[in-house]
Structure formats: structure tokens, C-alpha cells
Design a protein around this ligand. Structure first.
Ligand code: F6P
Length: 325
């Protein structure tokens, strides 16, 4: 193996740079030329790639975002553009490809690995944690801690003003951030896409939880079936007369920022392992970390099950923490 291309794709996540660094350093140490693809699949189509050196990855392990840039490429969904992208990889002499990204990126990587003979390895990088076959995706731990810190801050002002806050967090299809942030921040309620929301029982629960307290926090995953925080407030307000309610949408604050030590280490391990796998002639695999052990599954399986199953233990834990007497 003489040349390995690497790219970040889909929503960026903290720790992607640590992963890029690990791949580049591993390649160079083994005499392989790493080729950085700019802006994900879009850059591959437009032939925006460059050979990377140690100086490209100097001082990036602590940086959020991705130095390679990323995109959600619509063109890549069309076969002729993919053909062009594959042609560009061949032209460049690429013999292996590493894709760091979430479910959309793995869909692209799966199609690519079916359409070309260049081996592909996927590394899960998304704050959503919604990839099957890994306990953690790169960036999830950092995002979770960012959310918990934000909720702690909101709690201060909510307490001062006797308010109920609906805090909206990311997660279109998955409630990992909302559920675990609720456990870690002592939130009074959580709404996640994996569980149906009943507005009347939510109102009852909020009233019960609020008794004897100065504030309540309801964490709302953006993809909840009842809607985002504003929509939920609109629906629940008629049942909560006399309470002061506010919304806070955390948005892209959750995606940026310095990666946690956990994400940097996970990203570094996965990046080095991806190069090793390509050197051993492996293809069409996704790397996961289960019980702190790196493992592989077919790349198509990472997205086949849409997301990891909902953590019932965490839901039960949260219910216990909500018991008031
Ligand atoms: O896939 C990660 C994610 O952050 C989701 O949680 C969120 O719904 C989405 O990306 C937002 O995407 P964009 O930045 O393209 O609006």
C-alpha cells in the first residue's frame, strides 16, 4: 500500500482532527503517502486532494472542527458524480480510503466500496452516537459534556427565577445526548425520539417534579415526536398555567470546541487501527469500540440498524432519580 486517502464527512465532531493526525502519522511512519480529501465527498468529486506531511497535522490534536473540512454532498448521491470521484482517486494513485463520519457518510462509503475496487474503512465520527457496532462515536463524549455544562449554567438562572426550562439538544433520530445529559445534569424530564411523548402526562410529571423545587429542566432532543422545544412549549403551556417557562436551543455550540481527552484517545486509536487494517488488506469495514476493545463490523452494518438500541438501563436510572418521595 503506497497511498491512503482520508476524509471527514457529514456533521463535524470534536476529535476528528485527532483522528486525521493519527492516520497521517501512522501512514508516514510506515512509508505510506497520506492524501487529504477536502470537504468530504464533494472534494473527491471536484478533485480537491493533497498529499499530507507531518507539518499539516502539527498542533491539531486539541482543535475542534476538522482541518480537512466537511460537507453533505448532494451530488455524491448521483452515480455519474461518484464515477468522477472514483476516477479522481485512481488518477491520484490512491490504494485505500478512510472515511470519518456519521450515518450519511457511511451510506456514501458503503456505495463507494461496492462500486470501486479501492478498499474502504469507516471510522464513526458524529456527536449523535447513532452508529451501530460501537459504544462511542468520536465527538459524542465532548458534545455530551458541553451540553451538561450548558444545562448546569441554565440551572443557575432557572433556580434564581423559579422557572421551567425546555433545553433543546441535537439528535434528529437518536436521544443519546438528551438522555445521558439528563442523567448527568439531574434534569427533571427528557423527551427523546425513541420514546413516544404524551403531552398531558409530561405536564403532570413537570408539576410533580416541580413541587418544593425552585426550577425544572426538561431536555428535548430536536427529533422528538412532539417537536422541538418551542413546539413542545406551545403544546404543554395550556396545562402549565401559573408557571414561568423559557426555551433554550443549544444548537451548534454542541458540535464545536476542544475535544475531551476521551475523544482524542478514541480518535487516535481508531485512526491508527484504520491504517493497520488497510495494510493487512482488509476492506469494507467499520471500526467500533465495544467495552474499550476496538473491533470491526461490515461497514454496511453500521447504518443497517439505523442506531444503537435505546439504553433502557439509563431510562430506568433516570426514573429512579426523578422519584421525589
Ligand atoms: O449529524 C450531526 C448533527 O449535529 C445532528 O445532531 C443535527 O441534527 C445535524 O447534524 C445538524 O446538521 P447541520 O449542521 O447540517 O444543520
Amino acid at each position: 500500500m503506497k497511498k491512503i486517502a482520508l476524509m471527514t464527512s457529514g456533521g463535524d465532531s470534536p476529535g476528528m482532527n485527532a483522528c486525521v493526525r493519527a492516520i497521517v502519522k501512522s501512514c508516514l511512519a510506515d512509508g505510506i503517502v497520506p492524501v487529504g480529501v477536502l470537504d468530504g465527498f464533494q472534494g473527491m468529486i471536484e478533485d480537491r486532494m493533497y498529499e499530507m506531511t507531518y507539518s499539516d497535522v502539527n498542533n491539531i490534536v486539541q482543535m475542534g472542527g476538522t482541518i480537512l473540512g466537511t460537507a453533505r454532498s448532494k451530488q455524491f448521491l448521483e452515480a455519474p458524480y461518484r464515477k468522477q470521484a472514483i476516477g479522481n482517486l485512481r488518477q491520484m494513485g490512491v490504494e485505500g480510503l478512510i472515511v470519518i463520519g456519521g450515518d450519511g457518510s457511511f451510506t456514501g462509503a458503503t456505495v463507494l466500496s461496492e462500486e470501486m475496487d479501492i478498499p474502504v474503512i469507516g471510522i464513526p465520527g458524529t456527536i449523535d452516537n447513532d452508529i451501530y457496532g460501537t459504544d462511542h462515536t468520536i465527538g459524542y463524549d465532548t458534545a455530551l459534556n458541553t451540553v451538561v455544562e450548558a444545562v448546569d449554567r441554565i440551572r443557575d438562572t432557572a433556580n434564581s427565577h423559579h422557572r421551567i426550562f425546555f433545553v433543546e439538544v441535537m439528535g434528529r433520530h437518536a436521544g443519546f445526548i438528551a438522555l445521558n445529559a439528563a442523567v448527568a445534569s439531574g434534569a427533571e424530564s427528557v423527551l427523546i425520539p425513541e420514546a413516544d411523548t404524551d403531552i398531558e402526562s409530561l405536564a403532570r410529571q413537570i408539576k410533580e417534579q416541580n413541587r418544593g423545587k425552585r426550577s425544572s429542566i426538561v431536555l428535548v432532543a430536536e427529533g422528538d415526536d412532539a417537536g422541538g422545544s418551542l413546539e413542545v412549549i406551545r403544546k404543554v403551556s395550556p396545562y402549565l398555567e401559573g408557571y414561568t417557562i423559557r426555551a433554550s436551543v443549544l444548537g451548534h455550540i454542541q458540535r464545536g470546541g476542544r475535544p475531551s481527552a476521551f475523544d482524542r484517545i478514541l480518535a487516535t486509536r481508531m485512526g491508527c487501527y484504520a491504517v493497520e487494517l488497510l495494510e493487512k488488506g482488509k476492506r469494507s469495514l467499520m471500526i467500533g469500540s465495544m467495552g474499550d476493545q476496538l473491533q470491526t463490523i461490515p461497514i454496511a452494518d453500521g447504518i443497517k440498524y439505523k442506531s444503537s438500541p435505546l439504553d433502557q438501563d439509563k431510562l430506568n436510572l433516570l426514573k429512579k432519580m426523578l422519584t421525589t418521595n
